[in-house]
Design a protein around this ligand. Structure first.
Ligand code: ADP
Ligand code: MG
Length: 298
């Protein structure tokens, strides 16, 4: 079978890439798809009218693809665009279910904790008073984070009640209902780095250490990407985590706790990977597109 072709001779898969902004990743994915002989259709989400279901309007649909890779930057856009695409029977990667779970750190943590996968010790509180009591349960310092954030945004540490007070005060001025859900975590004493491991289907093609002098190691916040070794335990943990969430393409954040070993922090459903490609030499865009091609319904 030639690349780009499916079981039927001469069938060329039409792959849609749903996006908001063409970052390095989306350009690399487009090039990889073309190299694989796929027909690429770039779907600029903001320019589309996504008809829900096979209504009488569906004749107007301008989406002629066999499968879609979701690459929207905003979690909310990714989830809702995926829901609309799925409504007309389009296979979308990741699925809306997996995207919804991954975009909510509590939902993810709940699923993992239930089966005994180690997560940072976490307490959820719905009032200021309960936050102080939660911090006492965890012991300072505590990390406070939005359940739906990314790029390290709005993540803060409180070392005592006073710092927690000021942090909570700031949160009250953010007009987002999820800010009323307070996720407090122990501060995991990591060795100056975190692990970001990539999932593509049932493989873990690459992982990096995000090395930083700061405890927030996101590469968007200055963390440096260095190739990480994937040992059997890490590999198994990442794959088990992905399977539980039902996620096919993902970047998983994992901490190394000196006493407890690997701890799963969170899952990113639309991971950026430029820094990982540069650090590891693994062509993640190619791996992802090969996976997408193999998922086209036969
Ligand atoms: N409980 C914690 N202990 C230590 N470091 C943390 C903790 N939670 C988050 N961090 C640091 O902050 C970064 C961003 O937090 P994360 O939960 O991954 O949110 P985001 O979605 O913004 O990436 C993590 O990658 C890690 O470096
Ligand atoms: Mg993260």
């Amino acid at each position: 079978m030639k690349t780009g072709e499916n079981r039927e001779v001469g069938f060329i898969a039409k792959v849609g890439i749903a996006y908001e902004v063409l970052r390095w990743e989306e350009k690399a994915l487009t090039d990889a798809a073309k190299e694989l002989g796929l027909d690429v259709n770039l779907l600029h989400i903001h320019s589309l009218q996504l008809i829900v279901g096979h209504s009488s309007l569906s004749g107007l649909s301008n989406i002629d693809v066999d499968i879609v890779l979701q690459r929207a930057i905003s979690h909310t856009t990714a989830l809702n665009a995926t829901l609309a695409l799925e409504s007309i029977g389009l296979r979308t990667i990741n699925t809306s279910n997996a995207t919804a779970i991954a975009m909510n750190k509590l939902w993810t943590a709940s699923i993992l904790a239930k089966v005994g996968i180690k997560i940072p010790r976490t307490v959820i509180a719905f009032s200021e008073d309960s936050c102080y009591k939660s911090a006492q349960l965890l012991g300072y310092p505590v990390v406070v984070k939005p359940i739906d954030g990314s790029w390290g945004r709005l993540i803060a540490m409180a070392r005592d009640d006073e710092e927690l007070r000021s942090l909570l005060e700031h949160r009250t001025y953010i007009p987002n209902p999820t800010m009323k859900v307070h996720m407090l975590q122990e501060y995991v004493k990591k060795p100056g780095r975190d692990i970001r491991i990539f999932i593509v289907g049932d493989e873990t093609p690459a992982a990096i250490y995000r090395v930083s002098n700061h405890w927030i190691t996101n590469t968007a916040r200055g963390g440096k990407a260095v190739t990480a070794k994937i040992d059997a335990e890490l590999n198994e943990l990442a794959l088990k985590t992905a399977r539980l969430i039902g996620i096919e393409i993902a970047g998983i954040d994992i901490f190394e706790d000196p006493a407890r070993g690997y701890i799963v922090n969170e899952i990113n459903a639309v991971p950026e990977f430029k820094n990982t490609v540069v650090a590891t030499g693994v062509q993640l865009h190619r791996k992802i597109m090969e996976y997408v091609r193999n998922q086209v319904r036969k």
